[in-house]
Design a protein around this ligand. Structure first.
Ligand code: NAD
Ligand code: GLY
Length: 383
């Protein structure tokens, strides 16, 4: 996998606020900074002249930020409609996909027109998938409004919905034409959702950027407080992801490392029925990464102090790290094993796990006996 130093502020793009995802003719910019929603019309029209658009958003984000986007699009002459969906993970469903597809077709948007996703990862994944399948692929602009979406889900072209049988099981790779991450929109995000997004930032350090993890250890409070450290953490995360996506767009190898903690985390989300009151995605990832590190320690791979350090960092950021912290009816090993069996990384019936030899030393492991996972989960549930 291509790797770059963790502290370059710019990867060759025109300005420090721009990170480029290098995919040849399908390359695109990620613009990061405050106030971008007001510049959205200009930035989109510059890259996609003459388009019409459908803005997909959720009720919460619509109430907070949609008017400003509509004004900016109108000012740039972009004719558009809006599709407002309920907020929350359960919106990533066939029913809402059908609704978006139908409304986009009803407006007779063409292949060269665009779906604009204004929202968190739920809206980005759903709207992106709709744009992938309408007319076999329309253009698509990501305007992420959560920290999680700004550092992860808006970048890299994974789109999709959940199935009652599991998380993200129906979807497509479909890259956006542009990502506009307005960091000022994060000011309206709840502390819980901010912390959930922070888990995905920590993920990059835990996978293969120990120096970034050290930096986060020193600057966690400043990232939460806002200011330059927050923008820097978002930029570093986008750069880390852009490098991985450029090297392995379709997850044939190295991109799977970005799923650190997700095999366990997705199983936890499925087990609570995607109920955001009990668990949101980033919290599932925080617990899942802790489990991946602890499982690695149990297998003699990862020093216990590294697993403890990762967990302590997540806890200091206000994130849950234990299965027993999930409110509501206790989860069972059988429920979690059923979720793990549906993981997209299962190959010939065997799950692939992302394990680690220490902070920043994650690797793929396809040879894990399900009985070992089961016994580990029994212990973790009782912890
Ligand atoms: P989300 O989209 O549900 O947003 C979380 C909550 O924050 C929602 O209630 C939303 O209405 C609210 N919200 C959004 N922006 C806001 C703002 N600026 N101010 C106030 N409230 C705001 O959840 P999420 O955490 O952004 O995304 C999680 C989803 O992303 C999951 O479905 C996960 O599977 C997916 N994901 C996808 C990828 C990918 O590569 N495609 C990567 C990581 C996660
Ligand atoms: N969030 C995992 C990926 O984009 O591959």
């Amino acid at each position: 996998m291509k790797r770059e130093a963790a502290y370059q502020t710019d990867n060759g793009a025109a300005t420090p606020r721009c990170v480029v995802v290098d995919l040849g003719t399908r390359s695109y910019d990620i613009l990061i900074g405050p106030g971008l929603v007001d510049e959205a019309g200009t930035e989109i029209a510059r890259r996609l002249p003459g388009i019409r658009a459908a803005v997909v958003t959720d009720e919460t984000v619509a109430g907070l930020h949609l008017d400003r986007l509509s004004i900016a699009l109108r000012a740039a002459g972009i004719d558009h409609s809006t599709i407002v969906l309920p907020a929350g993970e359960t919106t990533k469903s066939f029913a809402h996909l059908t609704q978006v597809v139908d409304e986009v077709l009803a407006q007779r948007l063409e292949r060269d027109d665009a779906v604009i996703a204004l929202g968190g990862g739920v809206i980005g994944d759903l709207a992106g998938f709709a744009s992938a399948i309408v007319r076999r692929g329309m253009r698509f602009v990501q305007m992420p409004t959560t920290l999680l979406a700004q550092v992860d889900s808006s970048v890299g072209g994974k789109t999709g919905i959940n199935s009652p049988r599991g998380k993200n099981l129906v979807g497509a790779f479909h890259q956006p034409s542009l990502v506009l991450a307005d960091t000022a929109l994060l000011d309206t995000l709840s502390p819980r959702e901010f912390a959930a997004g922070y888990a995905e930032i920590v993920k990059y350090g835990l996978i293969d950027r120990p120096d970034f993890f050290d930096w986060l250890d020193r600057n966690c409070e400043a990232v939460f407080a806002g200011g330059p450290e927050r923008a820097d953490a978002i930029r570093q995360s986008c750069k880390a992801k852009a490098v991985v996506v450029a090297a392995d767009e379709r997850e044939n190898a190295g991109r799977a490392l970005l799923n650190l903690g997700h095999t366990f985390g997705h199983a936890l989300e499925a087990a609570v029925g995607y109920d955001s009151r009990r668990l949101v995605h980033g919290e599932g990832v925080a617990i899942g990464m802790t489990l991946a590190y602890r499982f690695s320690t149990e297998r003699g791979l990862c020093p216990a102090e590294d697993a403890d350090r990762g967990e302590a960092h997540l806890r200091a950021a206000g994130l849950p790290t234990r299965i027993g912290e999930i409110p509501g009816a206790p989860l069972t090993t059988a429920q979690l094993m059923a979720g793990i069996a549906q993981d997209k990384k299962v190959k010939r019936g065997r799950p692939t796990f992302i394990l680690t030899r220490g902070i920043g030393r994650a690797f793929l492991e396809g040879d894990v006996a399900p009985a070992a996972v089961e016994a580990f989960l029994d212990r973790e549930i009782a912890r």
